[in-house]
Design a binder for this molecule. Structure first.
Ligand code: NAD
Ligand code: MG
Length: 382
């Protein structure tokens, strides 16, 4: 199955790996988008000859337009550019590899255009999952997860005709670089240590989320939305080896798991070719050289971000948008050396306390909750 892709966030970790998959598997690229990475956007445009290249930043787009003046590639900027890339008629599949809630509007535009969504941008489902899934159902747009845990669950659910047969989803967590540390030790960790993930190489924001375990909280909410599961039927287990990517337990007690090397090319590729499987760039897993597989309970007392996310998963409404917006703002401050590691959870908790709760939000309420959450973080961080 050959696809024509629009890759939103082509300069990021998922975006670059998507291009690697496209190159090896022979998918066409109709559009790429970056925020500011002009050099990379130029190189990607020359190599993949998309019809459209977008730099969200106006000055970056002007620079890119000059650099690509000798090519046929059209260059656009801003939100309009992103939305055009998301809905462009030439693409049948949109890979949402933008980080953060910035991916929400383009994802909705791609859904409205009836595209297959290869969804990496988990923040979209955390903030507005009910709206996004309902819109996809209404427009007949397929949403296929890229996140490795959700792809694993998706793979385990193939052939399951009756979702009533599913007893539980079991999401694995690596535990991150600070597994086993206590609060006192966490108060001393540095940005450089937090940016060193033991098993995966990813963008900065998700790497910090993996160190706080917020990533697992976001993934818990993502799984609820993707698979329409109540929180009591989802379990998180720490699996240090990152070999079992997640599991599904069925009513008869059988548990199916998906195993593989820690390589995002495989879930990216499956989101493009599903229901077909083809050979691709992902490293194969050699069972005989695997370490013993271990499973443990997560430490919710020490990793407060995860317990806050689980509380929001129960509460729903605008709380998940506040959780996400506050976390994006706090992680930004941590990456800018403005706050310490434990301040991330503290500031997210403050925002959850301060921003008024709404139980049945529309899109505007979600964006307002996101804005208010960021403001609460910036005020309390001062
Ligand atoms: P990254 O930081 O490496 O890349 C982010 C991309 O988004 C870049 O192309 C950047 O230009 C673009 N971008 C950033 N801010 C933007 C904005 N305001 N408007 C438009 N574009 C913007 O991030 P990543 O690690 O590739 O992650 C992307 C998404 O995929 C995240 O939601 C992340 O949670 C999810 N994800 C990533 C991995 C991974 O292995 N990297 C695994 C699972 C899920
Ligand atoms: Mg994941």
């Amino acid at each position: 199955m050959k696809r024509t892709l629009s890759i939103l966030g082509s300069s990021g970790s998922i975006g670059r790996q998507t291009l690697k998959v496209a190159e090896v598997c022979g998918h066409k690229v109709a559009a790429i988008t970056v925020n500011r990475s002009v050099e990379l956007a130029e190189a990607q445009s020359r190599r993949f000859q998309p019809k459209l290249a977008v730099a969200v930043d106006e000055a970056a787009a002007a620079d890119l337009r000059t650099r690509l003046a000798d090519t046929e590639v059209k260059v656009l900027s801003g939100q309009e550019g992103l939305l055009e890339a998301a809905a462009m008629p030439e693409a049948d599949t949109v890979v949402t590899a933008i980080v953060g809630v910035a991916g929400l509007r383009p994802t909705l535009a791609a859904i409205d255009a009836g595209k297959r969504i290869a969804l990496a941008n988990k923040e979209t489902l955390v903030c507005a999952g009910e709206l996004v899934m309902a819109r996809a159902e209404e427009k007949g747009a397929e949403i296929v997860p890229v996140d490795s845990e959700h792809s694993a669950i998706f793979q385990c659910l193939q052939g399951c005709k009756n979702r009533g047969e599913v007893r539980r989803l079991i999401i694995t967590a690596s535990g991150g670089p600070f597994y086993g540390k206590n609060c006192k030790e966490l108060s001393l960790v540095t940005k450089e240590q937090a940016l060193k993930h033991p098993n995966w190489s990813m963008g900065a924001k998700i790497t910090i989320d993996s160190a706080t375990l917020m990533n697992k909280g976001l993934e818990f909410i993502e799984a609820m939305r993707l698979y329409d599961m109540p929180p009591e039927r989802i379990q998180i287990v720490v699996h240090r080896e990152s070999i079992v990517h997640s599991l599904v337990e069925f009513e008869d007690g059988a548990i199916l798991a998906q195993l593989g090397s820690a390589d995002m090319c495989l879930p990216i590729q499956y989101a493009l070719t599903w229901p077909e499987r083809v050979s691709g760039p992902a490293k194969p897993l050699d069972l005989l050289s695997c370490p013993p597989l271990t499973f443990q309970k997560p430490d919710l007392d020490t990793f407060r971000c995860l317990s806050l996310a689980l509380e929001c998963a129960e509460k729903g409404g605008t709380s998940t948008a506040v959780l996400n917006g506050a976390n994006e703002a706090a992680v930004g401050l941590f990456l800018a050396d403005k706050i310490g590691f434990l301040d991330i959870a503290r500031l997210v908790e403050t925002a959850l306390d301060r921003v008024p709760f709404q139980s049945n939000p529309g899109l505007n309420n979600i964006f307002e909750a996101d804005r208010a959450a960021r403001e609460a973080v910036y005020q309390s961080a001062r």
